[in-house]
Design a protein around this ligand. Structure first.
Ligand code: GLA
Length: 699
């Protein structure tokens, strides 16, 4: 809820643990006052009364203090907003035009601050979601067209501290979401994507702290909700002030032309302050996503089987039926046919774009297999990659101009495919018809939506401002997903992009889970999942148990137990070639799946405590939901015969007693917290699941 000062120029937003305050000066400068622990309106006004420093020729009084630095005037920081009129004038000089709050019974507490520069209205939006602040900006133009060179979602200002440290998640294909921390130095640190999708290289998230540990200390985090190119810039200014500016688009070359009466809405750039260390910050992000972002997050995700690693492109109805029978026996709840079921798609060279079942492989279409899968008691899912086309496809032969391309230039192919232009109405309409037809023609419960290459030639020959393709393709994708979800409310969607190439708060607001990485090696996955969990909850993190030796990546041999426990930290799936699994393996897998179903509510909806990071020999995560606690521990390698350390648990009541479901033993919370739990792990690649239940006096 927003509290407003009497003169209507100072605002205070507060969540359960934090506050955020800002102020418009008598010169209509919008300055940041506070982001941190809860303060009172009087505190905010006291901060507002502090004068800004004097201007002098080499430093700006505004730099490092403004909520949304526009281009031009007495500023030297990176502008969040950069506008050019058609006659070439750049910059913004705004006047404050009032505020609105949506408090009260039905309001969600959104605060809107309106500024005007001639015919252009800039509205800054703020919405508290518990302790996460969602910020975004609306630009409305009533005058002649203007070019939006840059319109970031927000600039976040950190308090004055020494020695800031930056956490980020970096990666590449099959190695996504790896956490790194480094001291912040003077200048700008820019991360982003110039690829047209979120990218494997960084999740759009940063965290800043000075001395936080996993469970203690202040952490500031910012996460962008956008699935196209993006940029987040962390700047340490000459006076050591730190600001974080982020939004859609990868450079200043232009977002779009804003015509008369047109509106542009930026994506949300969300911010969180926590004093619970990195773990506390993650738990707050997870709760935020489960409550406000991910659709139906209180509905647990089923255990799935996916055929990709088992069959590659070599699929047939008969083989899928064989896999389905084994999956069903194992307790799998959702059977997904991956790539290769449609058009002439017998390899990655042809067929993308032609979304009708391959008549040789599925003579009766998908319905017979879907019915068979349903008959086995499982849901049925399919893989699609709607934004792409192989040049060797009926779609491309009919519409070579539907792809993104620059006239007179080579069309860059990756994996023998080109990217369709979803900013075009006719392309979206075609895809809508194909996908709606598919979902109506066979009982499909789940769609894995892939995006298997970056955009390169983002041209649009017939459009007067082709630059808008970078944003409008993403909006086209969102519109298509929204329309499909509305028409088929029972169908779940997974966001995939060659693994984790499209994971962000934007896509998560319209999908049910994401494919975390094409790397299904259970050891590598511990690191990927550790990074992923900094921001996103287990409820959306798909993880498969695949074959040993690992066929996809590294040939590593690992016990089934280790593969299962590693994958049980998220939404469990199985992706091995079950036709080659022996009876013993299948029977063991059945037990693991049954165990996962039991702990699933705690994993998918509980609070996550990262007990030990994956760098050491022993790593462990703990989930707590109500009276239930689950610990998943993985030992990579035991050295020198040394005893494996006990796991000091967290989030328990020291006064309560806990019964271990595995051993039947009872432990006092205080001892589990202080002395820890012995896991009995030993050797290499050992793993265990421990379930604890808090005993109530009547138990
Ligand atoms: C991507 C996905 C894989 C699989 C293949 C199919 O790489 O990440 O899981 O679906 O495409 O071509």
């Amino acid at each position: 809820m927003a509290q407003v000062s009497q003169d209507g120029r100072t605002w205070l937003l507060s969540g359960p643990a934090s506050s955020y305050a800002l102020h418009v000066t008598d010169r209509d400068e919008l300055v940041h006052l506070h982001w941190g622990p809860r303060i009172t309106p009087a505190d905010a006004e006291a901060l507002a009364a502090r004068p800004l420093p004097d201007d002098w020729p080499f430093e700006s009084r505004l730099d490092g203090r403004e909520e949304y630095p526009v281009e031009g005037g007495p500023r030297f920081v990176r502008p969040a907003l950069s506008v050019r009129t058609v006659d070439g004038r750049r910059g913004t000089e705004w006047a404050f035009d009032g505020h609105e709050t949506d408090d009260g019974e039905t309001g969600d507490g959104e605060l809107r601050l309106r500024f005007r520069d001639g015919e252009l209205t800039v509205t800054l939006h703020y919405r508290m979601r518990d302790d996460v602040i969602e910020r975004w900006v609306t630009l409305h133009n009533r005058g002649p067209a203007v070019e939006l060179l840059r319109a970031d979602s927000a600039t976040w200002t950190l308090p004055e501290r020494e020695h800031w440290r930056l956490s980020q998640l970096h990666g590449r294909w099959a190695a996504e979401s790896r956490l790194t921390r480094s001291p912040l130095t003077y200048g700008e640190k820019v991360i982003g994507s110039r690829r047209g999708h979120t990218g494997h290289q960084h999740l759009p998230w940063v965290a800043l702290d000075t001395d936080a540990t996993e469970e203690r200390g202040e952490v500031y985090g910012c996460a962008l909700g956008w699935s196209g190119s993006w940029r987040v810039c962390v700047a340490q200014l000459p006076d050591a002030r730190v600001q974080i500016t982020g939004g859609a688009g990868h450079d200043d070359s232009g977002l779009l032309m804003l015509g008369t009466a047109e509106t542009y809405v930026t994506p949300v750039f969300a911010g969180l302050w926590s004093d619970g260390g990195f773990g506390g910050a993650s738990r707050a992000w997870h709760a935020y996503q489960r409550t406000y972002v991910v659709p139906d997050a209180d509905r647990d995700r089923p255990v799935l089987f996916n055929s990709w690693e088992a069959t590659g492109f070599d699929i047939s109805e008969e083989r899928q039926r064989g896999l389905a029978a084994r999956a069903a026996e194992m307790g799998v709840e959702l059977f997904v046919v991956d790539d290769g079921w449609f058009g002439a798609r017998t390899s990655d060279r042809a067929g993308l774009g032609d979304w009708t079942p391959n008549p040789d492989r599925f003579p009766g279409g998908l319905k017979p297999l879907a019915d068979h899968v349903h008959g086995l008691g499982m849901e049925f899912g399919i893989w699609v990659e709607p934004e792409m086309v192989n040049p060797d496809s009926d779609l491309y032969r009919a519409h070579p101009d539907w792809v993104q391309f620059q006239p007179g230039r080579r069309r860059t192919e990756y994996r023998n495919q080109l990217v369709l232009n979803l900013a075009r109405d006719d392309v979206r309409e075609y895809l809508w018809e194909q996908l709606d037809g598919l979902l109506s023609g066979a009982p499909v419960d789940y769609v894995k939506w892939d995006f298997n290459r970056c955009s390169t030639d983002a041209g649009w020959p017939d459009d007067p401002y082709p630059q808008r393709l970078w944003t409008d393709h993403v909006r086209g994708l969102y519109a298509l997903l929204d329309r499909l979800r509305a028409a088929h409310p029972d169908v779940a969607f997974e966001s995939c992009s060659g693994g984790g190439g499209r994971i962000d708060l934007g896509v998560l607001s319209r999908t049910d889970q994401v494919w975390t990485s094409d790397n299904t090696d259970p050891l590598d996955r511990l690191t990927v999942q550790h990074g992923f969990s900094q921001l996103h909850p287990a409820r959306v993190m798909a993880a498969w148990v695949t074959d040993s030796p690992n066929a996809m990546l590294n040939g590593r041999v690992s016990p089934l137990r280790f593969r299962f426990v590693s994958a049980m930290a998220g939404v469990l799936g199985v992706g091995g070639d079950l036709a080659r699994w022996g009876e013993e393996e299948l029977a063991e897998a059945r037990e693991w799946v049954a165990l996962y179903k039991e702990i699933r509510p705690v994993v998918q909806r509980g609070d996550l405590y990262r007990l030990r990071p994956p760098e050491g020999g022993l790593s462990a995560v703990q989930y707590v939901l109500g009276d239930e606690t689950v610990v998943l521990a993985c030992l990579q390698a035991q050295h020198y015969g040394e005893p494996v350390p006990a796991l000091r648990l967290r989030g328990l009541d020291p006064e309560a007693s806990y019964e271990c479901r595995e051993t039947g033993e009872t432990y006092r919370g205080a001892l589990l917290l202080h002395h820890g739990l012995r896991t009995g792990l030993r050797g290499d690649l050992d793993a265990v699941v421990v379930r604890l239940r808090r005993l109530r006096s009547d138990d």
